[in-house]
Each structure stands twice: as C-alpha cells, then as structure tokens.
Ligand binder design. Structure first.
Ligand code: AMP
Ligand code: GLY
Length: 425
C-alpha cells in the first residue's frame, strides 16, 4: 500500500514510525513532515490546506490511504474532499469533525443524548453570557466555541477573571473561534485521555493516557499543548473504561449516526473522572500530541491494518493488543515556549539518547546547513517504556540527559502523580 501521512509534529513522527513497521506498506509519503518523519517517509512539499493539491498528489502517486494527523484540515473538510475523489482516508468528515471544531455542537449533542458532561450555556453576545456567569458564580469555565490552538479555554476562579475571558472572546482575540462562547460548570476530579478508533458504527477502545498541560514542574505556570504524557492512565481501570464506553462513547456514536454524520477516525475524549464517574470535558477528532507518542510505543498490532479497518467500516472484526509496560514521553521545548520560542539553536545527541533505549520523536525540528536545529515550541519527544511508571520515567530522563541542546528545556517530573502512588504502595 502507498500511504500519505499529513502533518508535521511529534504525533506524526510516532505514526510514521509505527506505519513504517507494517508489512503492508509499500511507500510512505508525508506532507509536510519534519526531519524525524524523513527517517521513515519520503517528504512532500504539499500545502495541506490546499485540498485540491493533496487530491492531485494522491492520484499521481496512487495513494491507497491518507492518514490525517492534525485537526485543522479535518475541520475544514479534507476527509470529504478526498472521499469525493475516491481516495480512502482515515479521519472524520467535516460534519463529524464538529465534535472538535465546535464546543457548542458537542455540548448540545451531550444534552440531547444524555451524555454526562458539565452543565452549560451557549452565547453569541457579552451581555447574556455575563448574566449567566453572574447567576452561576465562580469557579466557572469560559470556552471559545471554535478552534483556538488550545488557548480558548479559561478556568476562571473569580467572576472578574470570567468577565475578562468573555471580553477577550467577544473582542475578537480568538478571531471567529470566539464569536460564540460556551460557559460551563467547573468540574473537579482527575483528568484522563481516552482514545477510540471509529469506523462510523463501531468504536474500538484504543488506549488511555494522562498528560501534563502546564509548563512548570508540579503542574504550575501557563498552559501548553502538553509537556509530557504517559500511558496507560492508572485511573482508567477496566470498570472506568467500560463505563466510559457505555455512558459516553457509544451514545456519541449513535447520536452522530442519527444526526447523519457518523464518526470515523480517532475519537479522543478528554475526561474528568469525578465522584459520580466519568464526565466528558471535550472531544478531539484526532490523536493527542504527545499522547499518540506513548500509545504508539505500547501498540503491539499493525497500525496500518487497524487504520484500514477503520477506513473500511471493518472495526467490528478487530481487536487491539498493548504491551503491559508503561510508556512515558518527555517534551523538550525551546526557550520561550509557550510564548514565542527561540528558533535555530543546534541540537546534538539524538543518537546517544536512542542508544539509551529510548525513541526520540521530532516535533519541531529543521535541518539548517547540515545541522539539526529547533524550529518550533515543542521540539523533541523523548519516549521510553518500563514495567512501572517510575522505571519508564528513569529511562526517559536518562535519554533526555544525553541530548546536547543548551537552549532547550523540559519538565523533570513527568508522571509524578503516578510515581508517587507507586512509591506509596
Ligand atoms: P480543553 O481545551 O477543553 O481540554 O480544556 C483545557 C483544560 O481546561 C482541561 O484539560 C481542563 O483541565 C480544564 N477544563 C476544561 N473544562 C473544564 C471544566 N468544565 N471543569 C474543570 N476544568 C475544565
Ligand atoms: N495534548 C493534548 C492535545 O493533543 O490536545
């Protein structure tokens, strides 16, 4: 099979690494990819927001399956444009990607199909949203409706903070993504990420993870796209997975089918595990980054076989096997992240880190005059496995310490809650 992978981050490097191991694979292309992805795939300089150019490339190169990494092309309908051209694709339609592209859409779906989530209101103006916030009180959560690169959510501990966040949305700080706002109840509990492969009808559980969103050790400081993750998530016991499937995922699959937009692709549920059980925080319609990296480290089966089955409506016949080990990834970021990262500093030591038994996925790198340099906020994902979270953590940091990149930084405590629990046992 010829496969085209779209995207350029650590998630896509991990997918390329796993796809390249498939005996079904003939040629793997990636657009635009990165220097890490280039170890497994032939890079193609395609603008992936130009759907017609992607379709033309697929025709020329006889692509049998397109795997879409990031959300933006899905939300703008690349799945529909490829399917209309007769090209097989792993990823949802534009209508199904509303689960990520519109928070209000997802909240209305939850209300209609009785899916546990935070109570909410949807607003298109400041006055009504302020009145709702005043009525409910703080803490309260304000969300821009559309895609805002992970920056559209404010967990407001005071009314003043909530009013500021509403002001920012309706001021246009998030562009059209903020023209509508969801205001929701503040939930407490432990967060977990839950993944399913979906084919329109069947949802096949595809692993759990926990990530660290804050930039600083101890989970403090500004939010980021994720500074590290580990899998499995200890809170996602078999009973909790079963409840999540029954109470959240299956009604979502039935609801989407009933609305005429069956969901196929990766369904990534951000969950709050509360005293009453799992509640949905939000959906994404793609793999998490860096959660994908730890899932791929643990997946025993052929990823390409599974993605084909999802594209063909055949997941009902499939099962998935994982190693019992924990996988843990540490994000190495460029100085300045999550603000403006410093670009262009030289990175050495990737081979030495890999010699420690870790995988090093490239997230934001480039080659400049023959040297590997930083080219983004999150730059490397140093990933290792172990029998316990503690062992995976030790191995990952042993590899991190072999990376020679003075301008980079990372958190030193990825997995700390799980490690503390292991040590308390
Ligand atoms: P999101 O971008 O929707 O995943 O939100 C970012 C983060 O905000 C989540 O990972 C949670 O930590 C937090 N959050 C979002 N919604 C809620 C909520 N209703 N209650 C408490 N925390 C929330
Ligand atoms: N790491 C969180 C996300 O990919 O949305």
């Amino acid at each position: 099979m010829n496969v085209l992978l779209l995207g350029s981050g650590g998630r896509e490097h991990a997918l390329a690494w796993k796809l390249a191991a498939s005996p079904l694979l003939t040629r793997l292309y990636a657009a635009p990819g990165n220097p890490g992805v280039a170890e497994q795939a032939e890079l193609v300089a395609l603008d992936i927001s130009d759907h017609a150019a992607v379709v033309a490339f697929c025709r020329d190169m006889k692509i049998d399956l397109v795997v879409v990494g990031p959300e933006a092309p899905l939300v703008s309908g690349i799945g529909d444009d490829l399917r209309a051209a007769g090209i097989r694709v792993f990823g949802p339609s534009k209508a199904a990607a509303r689960l990520e592209g519109s928070k209000g859409f997802t909240k209305d779906l939850c209300a209609r199909f009785n899916i546990p989530t935070a109570a909410y209101g949807r607003f298109d103006n400041l006055a009504d949203s302020r009145a709702y916030v005043e009525k409910v009180g703080a803490p309260i959560v304000i969300k821009a409706d559309g895609l805002a690169a992970g920056k559209g959510v404010t967990v407001a501990m005071s009314l003043a903070e909530a009013f500021d966040a509403l002001g920012a949305c309706f001021d246009g700080s998030f562009g059209s993504a903020g023209a509508e706002v969801v205001v929701e109840e503040f939930m407490t509990g432990e967060e977990a990420s839950f993944f399913c492969l979906c084919d329109g009808t069947t949802a096949l559980p595809f692993g759990t993870a926990q990530d660290h969103k804050r930039v600083g050790d101890g989970d403090v400081g500004p939010n980021t796209g994720g500074m590290g993750a580990y899998s499995p998530a200890p809170v996602m016991t078999p009973e909790m997975v079963e409840r999540t499937m029954r109470e959240i995922i299956e009604p979502t699959m039935r609801g989407m089918a009933e609305l005429g937009s069956p969901f196929a692709g990766v369904l990534f549920a951000g969950l709050m595990i509360t005293d009453q059980g799992p509640r949905l925080i939000e959906y994404n319609t793609r793999f998490g980054d860096p959660e994908c990296q730890v899932l791929m480290m643990r997946l025993k089966d052929d990823l390409l076989v599974l993605l084909n089955a999802a594209a063909d409506g055949q997941l009902g016949h499939m099962s998935v096997r994982w190693t019992d080990d924990t996988a843990l990834t540490v994000v190495m970021a460029a100085a300045g992240y999550p603000g403006t990262p410093e670009k262009g500093s030289v990175i050495r030591g990737i081979d030495a880190a890999r010699a420690e038994g870790a995988e090093v996925f490239h997230a934001g790198t480039a080659v400049n005059a023959g040297a590997l340099v930083a080219n983004g906020g999150r730059v490397l994902n140093v990933s290792a496995t172990g029998r316990t979270v503690g062992e995976a953590q030790k191995r990952a940091y042993a590899a991190v310490d072999r990376i020679d990149w003075p301008q980079g930084f990372c958190r030193r405590d990825i997995g700390w809650r799980a490690v503390e629990r292991e040590e308390a046992r």
